[in-house]
Design a protein around this ligand. Structure first.
Ligand SMILES: *Cc1c(COP(=O)(O)O)cnc(C)c1O
Length: 494
């Protein structure tokens, strides 16, 4: 049965004269009112707000809030997005008054605790990356990509080199070419390869003295580890180029291998993905970048440095915000999205090195379990073992029964599961990209598998109109994004 709760606006509930508050009759005489506030400054009529009771308002918003899907309420296997459970302990710690009450313009002397935390965060991220110089500035992964490419551009300029081209595989996330284009580079995309990995021959044919950066996600967006990555890095370095690792999939390799060790020169983290910051719906992110020593002087500032009074490294340390000498400048105001950095910091400190490694081991185990359980209905075209996620295809189902990836994704909502990522990466037709994350139990994944097996037995026509239980069924996604109706107007909306 379709849920109609959310199709009504508060304005639709309005009845003239209804109020949530009851004020006593004004006992201010009319003359003194004119003195207190001249008539010219008073409105003729109250603003056209909905006239509703307190219970109307409360029910409206509480009911709306229950229509949301989140990791706290539903299994959320949205590939690439890493919708890991957000431990409540870290939520609580990052809200400690000493942290949330700090003002960003407070002097360094008064913010030593916060600066120490952020300094340690830089150190930990540098260690996990195997790339020692870190800036916490960028506000999300995409901005980290842009920042790192601007660092690369500044580096090449400082050497008097003119390198104009940024390369990336066909499976790259859309933000990779977008960042490269905004940073002023020419984008060169590799062809999709048969095994889903970078084709060394093709890469070699594209490398020359104009090559600036090769951007590669590892594990890649098909959930496969680029096993030739060391060789790829060497090929780039041999022509004087740099290797950028898109670190969105770091949750597959934490404590197991490091971008710096397999040849990467720069990378970004998505702290909100890998280290459990609550995200989704464009919420706050954090995209620190880690780079090799020789690129550190170009990093976006401020970065946090640690000093001791006598410079010996012993004694009480002092933490300071500084700008790297040849910094590309700021990517945004202040230091970064500190709220998300704090959650990541507490997550790392709670788990410790062994726990961090276990995160990746479980993420990979869960993804392989799910892949094996589903492969008979949703085959996986690339690879036999996956990392933390896999990309299945609904192409055979579409051919046999007319059931598309979109149909399955939409129907899953009726059963209380968030849909996987669909139609990305583009190299797999009818793609369904699934990432269970390390925090899901076998029982949850089994229930998900059973549901998919049930859905694919359903009538195709019935599925084309799924979901059947939500207030809105299949919105025009392009129109919804391009022409959102965000303001109430009286009368029917066009
Ligand atoms: C999420 C993601 C990005 C972009 O990161 P944001 O934090 O959303 O800006 C880039 N690359 C890959 C592979 C991703 O999954």
């Amino acid at each position: 049965m379709r849920n109609t709760l959310a199709t009504q606006l508060l304005f639709d509930l309005s009845h003239k004269g209804r109020r949530a508050t009851l004020f006593p009759k004004s006992d201010v005489p009319a003359q003194s009112l004119d003195k207190l506030l001249p008539k010219a400054q008073r409105a003729d009529a109250p603003p056209p707000l909905p006239e509703v009771t307190e219970s109307d308002v409360i029910r409206h918003y509480v009911n709306l809030s229950t229509l949301n899907m989140s990791v706290d309420t539903h299994f959320y296997p949205l590939g690439s997005c890493t919708m890991t459970y957000n431990p409540k302990r870290h939520e609580r710690l990052s809200r400690l008054p000493g942290l949330v009450d700090l003002h960003p313009l407070q002097v360094d002397e008064d913010a030593q605790g916060m600066l120490e935390i952020l300094y340690e965060m830089q150190q930990m991220l540098g260690e996990i990356a195997g790339l020692p110089a870190v800036s916490l500035q960028p506000a999300a992964g995409a901005q980290g990509e842009l920042a790192a490419l601007l660092v690369a551009a500044a580096y090449f300029k400082s050497r008097g080199e003119k390198r104009t081209r940024v390369l990336f595989p066909a499976s790259a996330h859309g933000t990779n070419p977008a960042s490269a284009a905004i940073a002023g580079f020419e984008c060169v995309q590799l062809q999709p390869s048969a095994n889903g990995l970078v084709d060394l021959k093709e890469l070699k044919s594209l490398l020359n003295e104009e090559t600036a950066v090769f951007m590669v996600t590892n594990p890649n967006t098909l959930g496969l580890f680029e096993k030739d990555i060391a060789q790829v890095s060497k090929m780039l370095h041999d022509v004087g180029g740099l290797v950028y690792i898109d670190g969105a999939n770091m949750n597959a390799i934490l404590g197991i291998t490091r971008p710096g060790d397999f040849g990467g020169d720069m990378m970004h983290y998505n702290v909100h993905k890998t280290f459990t910051g609550p995200h989704g719906a464009g919420g706050p992110g954090s995209g620190p970048i880690a780079v090799r020593d020789f690129l550190g002087e170009f990093l976006p500032g401020p970065v946090i440095t640690k000093e001791t009074a006598d410079g010996s490294g012993k004694g009480t340390p002092f933490y300071r915000l500084t700008n790297p000498p040849k910094s590309i400048g700021r990517m945004r105001s202040f230091f970064g999205n500190v709220g998300i950095l704090l959650r990541g910091y507490f997550y790392l400190r709670t788990l410790g090195p062994a726990g961090v490694k276990a995160v990746s081991e479980h993420a990979v185990l869960n993804a392989n379990y799910l892949k094996e359980a589903l492969k008979d209905v949703l085959p996986v075209p690339h690879g036999t073992r996956c990392m933390h996620e896999f990309v299945a295809t609904a192409k055979p189902l579409k051919g046999e029964k007319g059931i598309s990836a979109m149909d399955i994704a939409k129907r899953l909502l009726d059963f209380g599961f968030h849909a996987p990522t669909v139609y990305f990466p583009l190299v797999v037709p009818e793609a369904m990209m699934m990432e269970p994350t390390e925090t899901e139990s076998k029982e949850t994944m089994d229930a998900f598998v059973e549901t998919i097996k049930r859905i694919v037995q359903e009538d195709a026509d019935f599925l084309h109109h799924a979901p059947h239980s939500t207030p809105v069924c299949r919105p025009d996604e392009v129109k919804a994004a391009r022409k959102p109706i965000s303001r109430w107007t009286e009368g029917p909306v066009g």
